[in-house]
Design a protein around this ligand. Structure first.
Ligand code: C5P
Length: 314
């Protein structure tokens, strides 16, 4: 069990920012992880995807991507993590090729990915990196596409990618790619858990379909609570329709939730299709206490994973 405390809340647009002006020979971007404070499934769509309503928030756990010109027109990706495949199927390179195809440019780039977001837990690090690749290369290559014209490209790369073209909390619908910013009164302090097992997203959605049909829960309460900064109501109205099917696939989901609920948090849920989970806390000091208690409780229960304190941005 490893407890980690991350940086204090960032303010004023620091999470997803460029460290270099447009047109520079080097562009550097921070690509944040996300949590789903609320996730409801409205039904299965004819294309096989599921219609969702989800409240997504970026957190201050992020990868860094650096883009440099290459005069030979090649696209090269290097990555700090030896376990991540930096080959042509990596979403960053797929995003770069898609951008070239869509615009007809034949420019090259060296892309460096410094990976901090853990892999395989549903924190959407790959989707965030892909969005950063679209934004970063749009800037490096001076294409001037901007968010509106990057949006359809993002949707082709994955359902979560569009969210990361923005830089704050959003209400996401469709299959997740229709993104509307939401009001958030103040940053949230969360304890984020990354268990030592992953859950394949398609399997979790299939397991939902195999279960009892459900009546969707409305997201009005949590959106109002977020806008008002009512942290108790946020904790109470956090929701994830995929939690039960995920727990049927691996009962450690429920055991982790038991630990997170039992340590004085304001509410705890799985995030996205798992296996990451979060507990809503009153402030940073409360989150630090909850994180220690979660680490101790998990060890006592024989559960293994990483425990982080993270903060969302408004
Ligand atoms: O869009 P993305 O590639 O991230 O989706 C991964 C998988 O998750 C899809 O192949 C599908 O099985 C499932 N999914 C879904 N409905 C969504 C989003 C994802 O069924 N809205």
């Amino acid at each position: 069990m490893l407890a980690r405390t991350l940086l204090p809340p960032t303010r004023g647009g620091a999470l997803f920012r460029s460290l270099a002006p447009p047109g520079a020979t080097l562009v550097s971007l921070a690509a944040p992880a996300k949590v789903n404070l609320f996730l409801e499934v409205l039904g299965r769509r004819p294309d096989g995807y599921h219609a969702l309503e989800t409240l997504m928030l970026p957190v201050n756990l992020f990868d860094t991507l650096t883009f440099r010109h290459r005069i030979d027109g090649e696209l090269r990706l290097t990555c700090s993590s030896p376990t991540l495949d930096a080959g042509p199927d990596n979403l960053v390179l797929r995003a770069a090729r898609l951008l070239r195809e869509a615009t007809g440019v034949a420019l090259g780039a060296d892309i460096r990915l410094d990976k901090r977001i853990p892999l395989g837990g549903g924190l959407a690090g790959g989707s965030s990196d892909a969005a950063a690749a679209l934004v970063g290369l749009d800037r490096l290559w001076q294409l001037g596409l901007g968010r509106d014209r990057l949006d359809p490209l993002a949707a082709r790369l994955g359902s979560d990618v569009n969210f990361f073209l923005g830089d704050g909390p959003a209400w996401c619908t469709g299959r997740g790619e229709v993104v509307r910013p939401v009001e958030c009164a103040s940053p949230l302090s969360l304890v984020l858990v990354l268990p030592d097992f992953g859950l394949p997203t398609p399997a979790v959605f299939r397991e939902l379909a195999a279960g009892v049909p459900h009546t969707p829960v409305a997201g009005d309460a949590i959106r109002a609570a977020l806008a008002q900064g009512d942290i108790d109501a946020i904790g109470r109205s956090a929701h994830n329709r995929l939690e039960d099917p995920a727990n049927r696939l691996d009962a450690r989901v429920g055991r982790w939730l038991g630990v997170l609920h039992g340590v004085g948090s304001l509410g705890a849920r799985m995030s996205g299709s798992g296996s990451s989970l979060f507990a809503v806390c009153r402030d940073g000091a409360h989150a630090a206490r909850v994180a220690s208690a979660v680490s101790a409780g998990a060890t006592a229960a024989g559960l293994v994973g990483l425990v982080f304190v993270v903060h969302t941005r408004v």
